[in-house]
Design a protein around this ligand. Structure first.
Ligand SMILES: C[S@@+](CC[C@H](N)C(=O)[O-])C[C@H]1O[C@@H](n2cnc3c(N)ncnc32)[C@H](O)[C@@H]1O
Length: 274
């Protein structure tokens, strides 16, 4: 099943945003990178990709580039990592953070990569496919640029798994509809579809793993869940003021009773190119 829709996710339009909004998004990505639960997801993805010395590796939708630099340490001393992002501004930030590791930063679209077939020994993309118009084209590209026997690792959120406890159901429904009903991203089911997409792309040894994330502290949840963040959606003007007010009153009350609970699953899927 291939779903192609016009671009509408802010994550496909970072170059078109105001500097202030983009800075907020980058700060949010940095917060996630430092989050222990996201680091747990990344550790599972690292196990799945199996980077090794001498390899040529690819990270697409690289954000700040910290994962690419981490991979470069595994590929050292003779290997190399290519970090790609659609947004020029993001690539510039990633490049400015370079620490001398063997990483090249480039602008590119995961749906149409500019590399010859079999250029890499391994490729990954994290929390990118949920935003792109044609995820199957993206998977086909990652497979095409990976050599036979190389590994392709996909990491993505299953937004349909998002659950809260301690909050009124109607508020949760309204917030879900406002933020996840097509405003923030294309595919709320991306996490659970990753395995199928690798199977259909013809990979072998396909494996997948759900990594559950959960929070009882709204401030910690806000690092990963945009609807709990008091900053980002407000700046983006996505949430109506009245809903925002009722939502955060309910979140604060739940936290005051120590009854706030949020859960989200991120999937890691991997396969070997034939
Ligand atoms: C949610 S962020 C995730 C960044 C990083 N992978 C991480 O885990 O922190 C999504 C990133 O994908 C990039 N992106 C969006 N659409 C893309 C596309 N078609 N090709 C390559 N990168 C894309 C965005 O610019 C953004 O940096």
């Amino acid at each position: 099943m291939s779903t192609v829709q016009p671009d509408r996710s802010p994550f496909t339009q970072l170059d078109q945003m105001s500097q202030e909004m983009r800075d907020s998004v980058i700060a949010a990505l940095d917060g996630m990178a430092a989050d222990p639960q996201i680091q747990r997801v990344r550790a599972r993805a690292l196990d799945a990709l199996r980077p090794a010395p001498g390899q040529r590796l690819l990270d697409v939708g690289c954000g700040g580039g910290e994962v690419a630099r981490g991979l470069a340490a595994y590929a050292a001393p003779t290997g190399h990592v290519t970090a790609v992002d659609l947004a020029e501004a993001v690539v510039e930030i990633a490049r400015s953070r370079d620490d001398g590791s063997h990483v090249t930063y480039e602008v590119g679209d995961v749906q149409k990569l500019g590399y010859p077939d079999g250029s890499f020994d391994g490729a990954r993309t994290e929390r990118v496919l949920q935003h792109v118009a044609d995820p199957d084209a993206a998977v086909a590209e990652l497979v095409r640029v990976t050599r036979s026997g190389g590994r392709v690792c996909l990491i993505d959120t299953e937004w349909d798994s998002l659950q809260f406890d301690g909050l009124p159901l109607e508020l949760v429904g309204a917030m879900r509809q406002t933020l996840l009903g097509g405003v923030m991203l294309h595919h709320t089911d991306m996490g659970r579809t990753l395995r199928r997409r690798l199977v259909r792309a013809g990979l072998t040894e396909v494996a997948c793993e759900p990594v559950p994330l959960w929070w009882t502290d709204p401030a910690k949840a806000a690092v990963v869940l945009p609807m709990v963040s008091r900053h980002l959606p407000k700046k983006a003007g996505i949430i109506p003021a009245e809903l925002q007010k009722s939502w955060f009153e309910a979140v604060d009350e739940a936290a005051g009773r120590d009854e706030f609970l949020a859960h989200l699953t991120i999937w890691v899927a991997v396969g070997v190119v034939r």
